[in-house]
Write a protein that binds this ligand. Structure first.
Ligand code: ZN
Ligand code: ZN
Ligand code: ZN
Length: 150
């Protein structure tokens, strides 16, 4: 890990009043460095022996609670995690963007630039969360398809 990056991750933890620990830094780095959401099994695989399963589970839980990462389910119903927008705080997620799941590679993308529409509810109804999941073919799989066709 580059010194500068470590500093940034430490700052993220401190900003959310979390103690800086090796597992927390490691998990943050892994999730941060991927352009798609990461599942717990994927994290286990890429981190390896370094962090045990229970610790990983706890780190993911506290990150989600603190508004550092948000959970999105992939096509198989597996929870995947992506970095939150800077507006997320403890118990208050503001990740109001479309999630895109690729039906070919099962990757989950945060489409940050596509905001969710404002929805007015009938009286007596309150919305806690709106989720829009788009399913299709991601740009990587699309270019592979195109390449095999030409
Ligand atoms: Zn969030
Ligand atoms: Zn794909
Ligand atoms: Zn997202």
């Amino acid at each position: 890990m580059k010194e500068e990056k470590v500093k940034t991750f430490e700052n993220i933890l401190r900003k959310h009043s979390l103690k800086v620990t090796h597992p927390r830094l490691k998990v943050l780095e892994k999730i941060f460095n991927k352009d798609t959401a990461t599942s717990q099994p994927e994290l286990e695989k890429s981190i390896g022996e370094d962090i045990d399963r229970v610790t990983l589970y706890r780190v993911l839980n506290i990150f989600e609670e603190k508004g550092i990462i948000h959970k999105v389910f992939d096509l198989h119903g597996t929870a995947t995690y992506a970095i939150c927008s800077t507006r997320c705080t403890t118990h208050q997620h503001h990740d109001e963007h479309v999630h895109f799941t690729c039906s070919t590679c099962n990757s989950v993308y945060c489409l940050q630039e596509i905001k969710l529409p404002q929805i007015t509810t009938p009286s007596g109804f309150t919305i806690d969360q709106i989720a829009v999941n788009a399913i299709g073919t991601c740009n990587k799989c699309q270019s592979l398809k195109n390449a095999s066709l030409s």
